[in-house]
Design a protein around this ligand. Structure first.
Ligand SMILES: [Zn+2]
Length: 590
């Protein structure tokens, strides 16, 4: 979504999505839309559609969708500003070469330059400490024990932060004030206000951004100091969630191999890269973030996750899988035997053994089935629990046929022989609901026409969408609907007076709801009147009354059954409410 008045906004106003997409996909006019074969998944019959009025695209097969910029970003694997330039170029829209910077922006830019310079200086300082001091010798010994020689130390820019407490500060004194060293995250202030080196008695791993500039450090304690790993804090040049360790060196190899190996730590990355597998990155002491996955998927969407096989590593693997799958990555999981992390494994078994296991790494679902089996699948309850552990991952597969294949595989691997479980599993895989329930008919209500129409109106009818939003919100009519979260996000946008269309609301939604929203956006809807809106609201009001009636009836039964209800006052109140609801439903019967 482009900011109002920005260059991107101007390009968006003038661009023609049909023309831009048409340069990548052969499009055919089909009713009010254009359709073609989806460029994001392989298919024989077209399920990819472009809406010329709303200027959006959506694939009914794989769920890809967005505006013209998103399309170009996905196709060209480029960032937002590049996509804006590409679109402007293809549509013949003139844009200024570079924007004038405000004094504030210039000041920030200057500050960032100084911080980068400080990191370069600190890296050189740490390297000298490792190479030529008595304290550094112990660190060299530690590295040598782990198989890291002078060549590796130089290649990965390793260094050593001495124990003194202000060695780096004193070294940088002549170059800049302590305050800047603190801003760079290289010094900290204790409660008394005294400034000291942030990193002490640690082996230092420089962390570079994508363009190869050192912007942070990871420090491993040489002794038993805690924490074992200490990282730079967030600074104006370092946003943790947006940086991957070693990506600057790995990106060409990732493109060439069309795959990334994702590991946990610095030592793992170095060990893997040193045996000639350069397409390896680590997530820098945080669990994998959405921003990191987006960054990575610009180079390749195929990822092998190779975290530690301990409990923490397994949990991190599952979290990472969720994020990677949501971004349409093709994921495999490598769990090394003997509980070894990649570094230990390569040191003891060698690079060739590692490469062999890497090549045979199983698809993520096979890995997860293995995990589910470890949790036990003897009883029906255990099997149901295992299925419910697996289904959210199966649900992230966009292709229905593939989902059903995986369902059979799960049934076979977990030895699900009970017909009732088999049927529940099949149903869950056929739909897009993740929970396996053994009672039929609870797999999720489909979105009804009235709610679909209200979603459309909230997006399109600028004349009365605010009034409509107020009405739904005042009576909480959206709660419990299939489109509850979609309506919720639209109501928020209406209340805030911001744009409420599919593209601007989609980022706030989970994948399932995002797809439903785009499907609704593509349904042809004639211009609506307030009368039509009112009749849709009435459907929702009736539904709410019916639900309340059922609940009141239950309370009455409970009251009568227990013989409680005090002096009967509660019972009388309930019966009065029941009567009122009955009358209301009768008077508004369609
Ligand atoms: Zn598709």
């Amino acid at each position: 979504m482009a900011e109002a008045g920005s260059v991107a906004d101007r390009v968006e106003q003038q661009a023609d999505i049909v023309r831009v997409v048409g340069e990548y996909v052969r499009l055919k006019k089909n009713g009010q839309n254009f359709t073609g074969l989806c460029p994001f998944h392989s298919e024989k019959t077209p399920s990819f559609a472009v809406h010329p009025v709303k200027q959006i695209y959506h694939c009914f097969g794989c769920g890809a969708g967005g505006d013209v910029f998103k399309f170009v970003m996905e196709m060209d694997k480029c960032d937002f500003m590049e996509a804006v330039r590409t679109v402007a170029d293809k549509c013949g829209i003139a844009i200024p070469r570079s924007r004038e910077r405000s004094p504030e922006e210039r000041r920030e830019q200057q500050q960032r330059t100084v911080l980068v310079e400080l990191h370069r200086e600190a890296m050189a300082f740490f390297a000298r400490q490792l190479e030529s001091t008595a304290e550094g010798k112990a660190a060299r010994g530690y590295l040598a024990d782990r198989g890291l020689d002078a060549e590796a130390i130089a290649r990965f820019g390793l260094g050593y932060a001495p124990s003194g407490g202000d060695a780096l500060l004193r070294h940088l004194k002549t170059k800049c004030p302590d305050k800047l060293v603190e801003l760079a995250g290289l010094a900290s202030r204790d409660p008394s206000g005294r400034v000291h080196d942030r990193f002490r008695r640690r082996i230092m791993f420089p962390i570079s951004n994508e363009s190869g500039k050192v912007v942070a450090f990871g420090g491993r304690a040489l002794g038993d100091d805690l924490p074992k790993y200490l990282n730079s804090p967030e600074t104006p040049i370092y946003v943790k969630s947006g940086v991957l360790y070693h990506l600057d060196h790995a990106k060409e190899a990732i493109r060439a191999a069309d795959a990334t190996i994702l590991v946990e730590g610095y030592m793992d990355t170095i060990a893997v890269a040193r045996v000639g597998i350069s397409n390896v990155v680590a997530s820098c002491g945080t669990s994998l973030t959405e921003m990191q996955v987006k960054l990575l998927s610009r180079f390749s969407r195929r990822v092998v996750v190779n975290y530690d096989p301990d409990a923490a590593g397994q949990a991190a693997t599952e979290r990472s899988l969720s994020i990677l799958l949501e971004h349409n990555c093709d994921v495999r999981v490598l769990a090394l035997p003997g509980g070894k992390d990649p570094d230990t494994f390569i040191r003891t078994e060698g690079g060739a053994a590692y490469r062999k296991l890497l090549e045979g790494a199983p698809a993520y679902l096979d890995y997860l089935i293995g995990r589910a089996r470890q949790l036990g699948v003897a009883s029906v309850e255990q099997k149901l629990r295992a299925m419910n552990f697996l289904m959210p991952f199966v649900q992230r597969i966009p292709n229905a046929l593939l989902r059903s294949e995986w369902a059979s595989r799960i049934a076979q691997q977990l030895r699900v022989d009970e017909p009732v479980l088999r049927e529940a599993l099949r149903r869950a895989a056929a739909g897009r609901r993740s929970e396996v329930k053994t009672q039929p008919g609870l797999v999720g209500r489909a979105a009804k026409p009235a709610e679909r129409r209200l979603v459309q109106m909230l997006m399109e009818e600028s004349d009365f969408r605010e009034r409509l939003g107020r009405e739904i919100r005042a009576h909480q009519l959206h709660l419990g609907l299939e489109t509850e979260r979609i309506l919720g996000a639209l109501l928020e946008a209406c209340a805030a007076g911001t744009t409420a269309d599919a593209v601007s609301v989609a980022p706030k939604l989970e994948e399932y709801d995002r797809r439903l929203l785009f499907e609704i956006a593509f349904e042809s809807g004639a211009e609506a009147s307030w009368e039509e809106a009112e009749s849709c609201l009435e459907v929702l009001r009736r539904r709410k009354s019916e639900e309340e009636l059922a609940s009141v009836q239950q309370q009455i039964e409970a009251c009568v059954g227990s013989g409680s209800g005090g002096d009967g006052e509660e019972l009388r109140a309930l019966q009065a409410r029941k009567l009122e609801l009955r009358r209301r439903l009768a008077s508004t019967a369609p």
